[in-house]
Design a protein around this ligand. Structure first.
Ligand code: GDP
Ligand code: IMO
Ligand code: MG
Length: 426
């Protein structure tokens, strides 16, 4: 019995979906613990490419239990659509459960997400999915939870606590007409009909799986630098994607997590606003974007691309307590003559080894690079470490040394069989 948390070590989109799917072949339970449908996780199974926003990436294995934990904010409309999409593709969701405690994203959250973003002097570039406003209501203790969808009375009771306030805010501040209570009740009761059968005490389900000695994978969304506490605040999301968020996000004790795997790209990307020290705004950046198909899974926005930033990943190793790395998209660098790694920052003539919290300072930081020779060989068919060109092996060893964490998995393409497992996780 092993419990593994899998987290993004950069600004999201590290390939968590792919690695979760690969690891799920040996896991009994896969659970999401935070975020919502701001996430876009890609899984390639055979000829098919699936994009998941809420359903855990373990769903493609019959018999693997998939849980949406209490720490996730759930847009029931999106969940219903995702379930029907999976059914249309012939994927069963018979083993999918949703925490009754998970908070519900309402239409006013989506609207407020956009309106508030419009008001910000410093735009965050949110996904506009209502994630931030839904977490705000959770912490304001006026959120609607999945269990409130169980009956008309409970939904009305929950809505009456919050809707008058939201409507005042929308009407008085934003000149928006607001939402009709009865229409919302009807709409959400209809989602409830589809989703209530999936509701469960997911913390208990995980505990029972542990008692049976089963292997459990906790699938993070977003990434460490988007963490509301540890990320590049305020250009962050509103949850804790770091490993520390996994225990409360599914209802287990922190001492029950045995390993923390960080998924890390062989370079760096970011969607949305905020500082990015190793960003490449040149032809190399464009080449990486093209080769890595770096366009948002959720919003389609082009991702900003840059070199591997060892300062960020070193930080990620620390704040997550990473026990191993899963390095992805290494093949994207195949075409390059040289590869660079940002090993430290220069700030006003000083060398910084650690990430500063002050964004004004971070904005001024310049990357200090070390340059390694590229391998300029197609590695997408590599099946073992020994199959990788010497220079690619050296790049991996260099990264390991820079960040102080062993690489456990290397991904050389989006497919399942394009994965080199150096040390098994389960
Ligand atoms: P996630 O949000 O962390 O799950 O990552 P996304 O799915 O948003 O973005 C990762 C993208 O990279 C997806 O299109 C994956 O199919 C793709 N991908 C994952 N691993 C690899 C890899 O090793 N090589 C290549 N070329 N693509 C990969
Ligand atoms: P996955 O799980 C990359 C970014 C948004 C924005 C900021 C806040 O696919 O890695 P939000 O809508 O969460 O309030 O937006 O966070 N962001 C992501 N970037 N991958 C994600 O998820 C992201 N989820 C949110 O672009 O900058
Ligand atoms: Mg993504």
């Amino acid at each position: 019995m092993t419990v593994v948390a899998l987290v993004g070590t950069q600004w999201g989109d590290e390939g968590k979906g792919k690695i979760t799917d690969v690891l799920a072949s040996r896991a009994d339970v896969v659970a999401r613990y935070q975020g919502g449908n701001n996430a876009g996780h890609t899984v390639v199974v055979g000829e098919n490419t699936y994009k998941l926003h809420l359903v855990p990436s373990g769903i493609f294995y019959a018999g693997t239990t998939c849980l949406i934990g209490n720490g996730v904010v759930v847009d029931p409309k999106v969940l219903c659509e995702e379930i029907s999409y999976l059914h249309q593709q012939g994927i069963s969701t018979a083993d999918l459960y949703v925490s009754e405690k998970a908070h519900v994203i309402m239409p006013y959250h989506r609207v407020l997400d956009r309106l508030e973003e419009g008001q910000r002097l410093r735009k965050i570039g949110t996904t506009g999915r209502g994630i931030g406003p839904a977490y705000v209501d959770k912490y304001m203790r006026m959120g609607i939870r999945m269990l409130d969808l169980r009956s008309r009375e409970s939904l009305e009771r929950a809505l009456d606590q919050v809707l008058p306030l939201k409507n005042q805010l929308l009407q008085k501040i934003y000149d928006h007409p607001g939402f009709d209570r009865d229409e919302l009740v009807e709409e959400y009761l209809a989602y409830g009909e589809a989703i209530v059968p999936l509701l469960a005490d997911t913390s208990l389900l995980i505990d029972q799986a542990r008692q049976r000695g089963e292997d459990i994978l906790l699938e993070g969304a977003q990434g460490t630098l988007l963490d509301v506490d540890h990320g590049t605040y305020p250009f962050v999301t509103s949850s804790n994607p770091t490993a520390g968020g996994a225990a409360p996000g599914v209802g287990i004790g922190p001492n029950q997590i045995d390993q923390v795997i960080g998924v890390v790209k062989a370079y760096t990307t970011r969607v949305g606003e905020g500082p990015f020290v190793s960003e490449l705004q040149d032809a190399t950046g464009d080449l990486i974007r093209e080769r890595g198909r770096e366009f948002g899974t959720t919003t389609g926005r082009p991702r900003r691309c840059g070199w591997f930033d060892a300062v960020l990943v070193r930080y990620s190793v620390r704040v997550n307590g990473l026990t191993g790395l899963s390095l992805t998209l290494l093949d994207v660098l195949d075409a390059l003559e040289n590869v660079q790694v940002c090993v430290a920052y220069e700030y006003r003539g000083r060398r910084l080894e650690h990430l500063p919290a002050d964004l004004e300072m971070l904005k001024e930081c310049k990357p200090i690079y070390e340059t390694l020779p590229g391998w300029q060989e197609d590695i997408t068919g590599a099946k073992s470490f020994a199959d990788l060109p010497q220079r690619a092996q050296e790049y991996l060893k260099f990264l390991e040394k820079q960040v102080g964490c062993p690489i456990q998995i290397v991904s050389v393409g989006p497919r399942r069989d394009q994965t080199i497992i150096l040390r098994q996780v389960f």
